[in-house]
Design a protein around this ligand. Structure first.
Ligand code: ATP
Ligand code: MG
Length: 345
């Protein structure tokens, strides 16, 4: 019996942020450290997803390798035999299954995706790529090829995970048991011991999430920021004019975001951090405490990153990619047989 699969990926269109780290990387790596052995853990770089929006292509190849080093610096146990780290484009089945799934996906359901609406609103009509429009289908292929049940993603990806469940169920209804349907989002949160997905907010505009593709990057703490630059960003974070600290993501997202970042980076329960600060008017002191926690984290993280050995990383990629081509190939073949591209047994 093969082990249940936990899978996630982070686009390599830019350096990763503390939002990516806290929302996606850390929960996945914690799981890999504690449960590899019981589960198969796939942490991959969706390099094909990385240019659904325009990027500087001369940087992509190295950005992919850099981000994999980030995974390792963040603690991914790459020597474990149940941990797989790979680049999506090195497993051609991702593209091939996408085409098949594309032909069972409606234009309407893709057009309703809020990520598509948000991202396309920022681009001129002729720069909105078909890739941006149908990237949830590629994401579904990423998940379904490995029969992944658990897909830890931030709150912004919930709709795409729901689509993956829909297309898997649709194909299973038409062709018999082809794909493993990933667990519904609330069950995913339960598995990861959370009541909801995390959404780290942009420091300048806390009504929106922190994103690595943000145009200015002023409200974004990148894992590559110097501790000094990150301190400046935290100290100029937008808060509110209530004059009293209170945790309320709806009404006071700026200050609540800072409390949340402080809790996560210092490894303390959010309730303790709230109890310490709520009711005081020390906005400046809170910013200082957050800035210190962020600077200390970056300092430690960046020295671990500098020590990551590239040759063992490349060897791991090569062996994982070989294994993934074999296992993804099995699922692809089942899909090809189902739709009549292969003869079946
Ligand atoms: P982009 O702006 O390029 O879309 P992104 O920062 O949204 O970048 P993705 O590569 O789209 O990053 O997502 C990688 C993972 O990080 C996903 O699981 C996503 O849900 C998670 N994530 C992204 N932003 C945040 C955030 N602000 N808080 C928590 N998790 C996040
Ligand atoms: Mg995103």
């Amino acid at each position: 019996m093969s082990k249940p699969v936990i899978l996630t990926g982070l686009r390599a269109n830019n350096d990763l942020t503390i939002g990516n780290y806290l929302g996606a990387l850390l929960p996945m790596i914690d799981m890999a450290k504690r449960r590899a052995g019981e589960y198969q853990v796939n942490l991959f770089v969706p390099d094909l997803h990385s240019f659904t929006t325009p990027i500087d292509h001369s940087k992509l190849y190295n950005q992919v390798l850099h981000n994999i080093k980030v995974y390792i610096a963040a603690g991914l146990p790459i020597d474990h035999e149940d941990v797989h780290v790979y680049r999506q484009s090195y497993v051609p089945a991702h593209s091939e299954l996408t085409w098949i799934l594309d032909c069972f996906t409606g234009m309407g359901e893709m057009g309703r995706m809020t990520q598509f609406k948000d991202k396309s609103a920022k681009l001129n009509e002729d720069r909105i790529s078909v890739g941006l429009f149908n990237y949830p289908v590629l994401m579904a292929a990423d998940i379904l090829l490995y029969n992944a049940s658990y897909v830890p993603v931030g709150d912004d990806q919930t709709q795409h995970l729901e689509f993956t469940r829909d297309i898997a169920t649709r194909m299973n209804n038409q062709f018999g048991e082809l794909f493993t349907v990933p667990l519904p989002v609330p069950k995913q949160h339960e598995f990861f011991g959370k009541d909801q997905g995390l959404r780290v907010r942009d420091l300048m505009d806390p009504t929106k999430k922190m994103s690595k593709s943000d145009e200015t990057g002023k409200g974004v703490v990148f894992l590559s920021d110097t501790p000094e630059a990150a301190t400046k960003k935290i100290m100029s974070a937008a808060t509110d004019s209530f004059g009293e600290i209170k945790f309320d993501m709806q009404e006071r997202p700026g200050i609540s975001n800072l409390l949340q970042i402080l809790a996560l980076l210092s490894g303390r329960p959010l309730a303790d951090v709230i109890a310490e600060w709520e009711g005081t008017s020390s906005y400046g002191d809170l910013k200082k405490a957050v800035a210190e926690a962020v600077a200390a984290f970056l300092d430690k993280f960046q020295s671990r990153l500098a020590g990551v050995d590239e040759s063992s990383l490349l060897a791991k990629l090569e062996s994982s990619e070989k294994l993934m081509r074999a296992s993804a190939g099995e699922t692809l073949l089942r899909a090809q047989e189902a739709v009549g591209l292969r003869s079946g047994k």
